[in-house]
Design a protein around this ligand. Structure first.
Ligand code: CA
Ligand code: CA
Length: 357
């Protein structure tokens, strides 16, 4: 939420401009676009132990005391609980149900008002994509599903080239930088993501959805209570996440970056970095991820204890996790952001899918 304030200030200063700034802008402001991102690794490794999509019964995990001490943190899902969806090859990891503290961590040195109050949330178990949805997987959906994305229908997407602007001809096919089929699909709207979920639900006959905001944060934290799943220091990011880093600073010298090098300016192939404790890759960084929830700044004052989901309140939709574009303050499990319209799409925006039990 904080990330909007400089944008609003800029609008005031300029005295004109653009309601579009409210939609997809991210607060990094510098130069140039175009060069291909280097990546650290190739396609994600196969899990080697794919199993049928039968949810693995597991005990509810204990809740920590919220003060940094943990009686019994939610344990990692069993190693056997990875399921490979046969049509798309998408891998899902089973997340054992349990309770956690949602919102700004006690170690948080910076947070936004919309991240508080920190509150207890309990979730039923669910499956969540091990990786962000890739271009290759999205292509299968379009080829078989006959769907046209918002960007292709309207002829543009938002892209950063020193500033955020509408780029004619940009879409998931043309993000403005090079991608192979294992890179996360970008320039996809919430509508597009929901359409793929609906298609896969029909094809697989399983309840496919976007993760709720609570599911997303639970999976990002993966039993941890620090600012980031690897701990608090932002500059340890580069082993775990593709973020605004020293690699990107060579392209965009004015950016505020993490003091490390992840090897990528723009997107990296999914799974290029170390997974979090529950086996999810790129929960932080690479691309922002759409959630199911309508964004409400005061959502945490209204969350249900069990399986909260905000479905009313406006057209904004929650996005989580930060991206290749994101400075440290946006690369946190508690950070909440949103795009203005469910039709918005930009080249740092993607998603992963969830399957309810
Ligand atoms: Ca990077
Ligand atoms: Ca991500």
């Amino acid at each position: 939420m904080r990330r909007w304030f400089p944008v609003l200030a800029l609008m005031v200063v300029l005295g004109a401009g653009g309601s579009w700034w409210l939609g997809s802008s991210r607060t990094q402001l510098p130069e140039g676009l175009e060069r291909h991102a280097g990546t650290l690794a190739g396609p994600p490794a196969e899990s080697g132990d794919h199993q049928a999509a039968v949810p693995v019964p597991a005990p509810a995990s204990a809740l920590s005391d919220g003060q940094g001490g943990t009686d019994r943190a939610p344990g990692p899902p069993p190693a056997s609980s990875i399921w490979r969806e046969p049509l798309t090859g998408m891998e899902f990891v089973w997340v054992t149900g349990g309770c956690f503290w949602m919102g700004g961590a006690t170690a948080e040195t910076r947070w936004d008002k919309d991240e508080i109050p920190r509150h207890k949330v309990c979730l039923d178990g669910f499956w969540l994509g091990r990786f962000e949805v890739t271009r290759g997987q999205f292509r299968i959906f379009l080829d078989r599903g006959g769907y046209v994305t918002d960007a292709e229908r309207e002829g543009y997407a938002w892209a950063y080239a020193g500033k955020w602007e509408q780029k004619p001809g940009f879409s998931w096919r043309h993000p403005g930088f090079a991608q192979d089929e294992n890179h996360p699909v970008v320039n996809v709207s919430w509508h597009d993501a929901k359409a793929m979920a609906a298609w896969l639900e029909a094809e697989s006959r399983r309840p496919v959805a976007l993760p709720t905001e609570a599911q997303w944060e639970y999976a990002c934290r993966a039993g941890t209570e620090g600012v980031r799943f690897w701990g608090d220091p932002p500059d340890s990011a580069c082993a775990f996440a593709n973020v605004a880093d020293r690699t990107a600073a060579r392209e965009f010298p004015a950016w505020i970056v993490h003091s490390c090098a992840d090897g990528a300016v723009f997107t990296a192939a999914v799974g290029s970095y170390t997974a979090n404790p529950w086996g999810f890759h790129d929960m932080l960084g690479n691309v922002w991820e759409w959630c199911e929830d309508v964004y409400q700044a005061d959502a945490y004052a209204h969350h249900a204890l069990n399986n909260p989901l905000m479905v009313k309140g406006g057209r904004e939709r929650v996005v989580r996790g930060g991206s290749w574009y994101s400075r440290p303050e946006s690369v946190r499990c508690a950070d909440r952001d949103r795009l203005r319209e469910p039709s918005r799409r930009s080249h740092d925006q993607g998603f992963r899918l969830a399957i309810e039990r």
